[in-house]
Design a protein around this ligand. Structure first.
Ligand code: RB5
Length: 146
């Protein structure tokens, strides 16, 4: 499975931990930065990462910033992206089952790294339900982009 990841300076070390975990587990990870603690603008990283997901050159995307808020808002501006900011594993499971989220966002100032690892595992392990109710709602969501 191919995963694109990205972060701003508020989550650099956090992203490094998630990247190393995913690589050790056999995922093919595309790291869209940032690559150090220097300040960057989260919209730049979010859009670069999200474009890889939207183009389907990867299977999913994971974004991290201080809160997870800015970077998720930015990713959701990219056509075809449903980026879910999650603070627990239930949200991660339900956003895959109900929203077919194709990107996960987390906040390094909000949740600890061990919970973040569990959230990533839950997000990647859960499939969309394919339930007609949810399919219809996602179609309505995506129609707003067109
Ligand atoms: C960066 O200082 C901070 O604003 C960013 O990481 C994030 O929390 C924005 O939503």
């Amino acid at each position: 499975m191919k995963i694109a990841i990205g972060c701003d300076h508020g989550a650099f070390e956090y992203k490094e931990t998630i990247r190393k975990m995913l690589e050790a587990e056999g995922y093919e990870v595309t790291d869209c930065g940032c690559y150090g603690p220097d300040s960057v603008d989260y919209p730049d990283i979010a859009v670069e990462t999200a474009q890889k997901v939207a183009a389907k050159t990867v299977d999913a995307g994971i974004l991290m910033c201080g809160t997870g808020i800015g970077i998720s808002i930015a990713a959701n501006k990219v056509h075809g992206i449903r980026c879910a900011l999650c603070t627990d594993t239930t949200m991660a499971r339900l956003t895959r089952e109900h929203n077919d989220a194709n990107m996960l966002a987390m906040g390094a100032r909000i949740i600890g790294i061990e919970l973040a690892k569990d959230i990533v595992h839950t997000f990647l392990a859960t499939s969309f339900s394919n339930d007609n109710r949810h399919v219809k709602r996602i179609e309505k969501l995506m129609a707003e982009e067109n």
